[in-house]
Ligand binder design. Structure first.
Ligand code: HEM
Ligand code: HEM
Length: 200
């Protein structure tokens, strides 16, 4: 019997791609497509072409350039919601429960890993709820100020995702090279349930 069922593996890799995509959109928003930097470049270059624009106009232009990229944050946001619902349904399968049973037999390290996963799932549910609340604040009858406050929290909690992702990737790479050989390839071909029972 496989440790990770095919649907669980497919879920994991699509989920990883979507989260990396969401982080990618944030990276672009804060760097190459930052309205602050780009509005300055625009007003400077336009001035060189003898076209004066106000700071406000330059800001509008910079945000318009950023817009098509940021739409991906929302599209991937919808994908995240689907993936979280999919993950909940996977809890009813052996693979979905794999990391969350026989807690007493687990080493301290394995317990921490499992709590880490529960932590990231909780964080992602929060990110999805807060993200959609900001996106639909008008429909929900919220004021711009409240939407802005929620955005500040959404942006703060983003740090938890930013910390989890590299820790997780470095963690499985270290495990693969030390005492959990095959941990990464198991998530590709499914692994063997019997081996995983021996490792607990
Ligand atoms: C791209 C490099 C990645 C690799 C090589 C990788 C590998 C793995 C492996 C081997 C496991 C099983 C570990 C175990 O049993 O404790 C796992 C589980 C997990 N991974 Fe990744 N992962 C990657 C990216 C990501 C990303 C970007 C996320 C996004 C949050 C993520 C979220 C998770 C979660 C939540 C679990 C726990 C699954 C469960 O509920 O049992 N992974 N990953
Ligand atoms: C892993 C999950 C997520 C992460 C790490 C994340 C991260 C962020 C960050 C850092 C910001 C602030 C960007 C800035 O102002 O510089 C932001 C804004 C935002 N996010 Fe997310 N987000 C996630 C999920 C979602 C989801 C599921 C939605 C739902 C549609 C969403 C919708 C939004 C919206 C509407 C904004 C405000 C954009 C604006 O003010 O123009 N996010 N997100």
């Amino acid at each position: 019997m496989k440790k990770w069922r095919l649907d669980f593996r497919v879920w994991h890799w699509i989920h990883a791609t979507v989260i990396l995509g969401l982080l990618g959109t944030v990276f672009l928003r804060k760097t190459f497509l930052s309205w602050r930097t780009n509005s300055e470049i625009l007003s400077q270059k336009l001035a060189e072409m003898n076209m004066e624009v106000s700071i406000e106009q330059a800001k509008v232009l910079a945000k318009a350039i950023r817009h098509p990229m940021w739409e991906w944050h929302i599209i991937l946001g919808y994908a995240l919601v689907v993936l979280l619902i999919w993950r909940i349904s996977l809890f009813f399968t052996d693979s979905g429960k794999e990391n969350y049973q026989n807690f007493k037999e687990k080493s301290l390290h394995k317990k921490m890993v499992s709590f880490g996963y529960i932590g990231i799932y909780t964080t992602l549910v929060f990110m999805a709820i807060s993200g959609f609340t900001i996106h639909f604040y008008e429909v929900l009858g919220l004021t711009k100020d409240i939407a802005h406050d929620i955005k500040e929290i959404h942006e703060f909690v983003f740090n938890a995702v930013l910390i989890f992702v590299p820790l997780h990737i470095i963690g499985v790479l270290i495990a693969e090279n030390r005492d959990e050989r095959g941990i990464i390839s198991d998530m590709i071909h499914g692994g063997d349930k019997l081996n995983s029972l021996k490792e607990r």
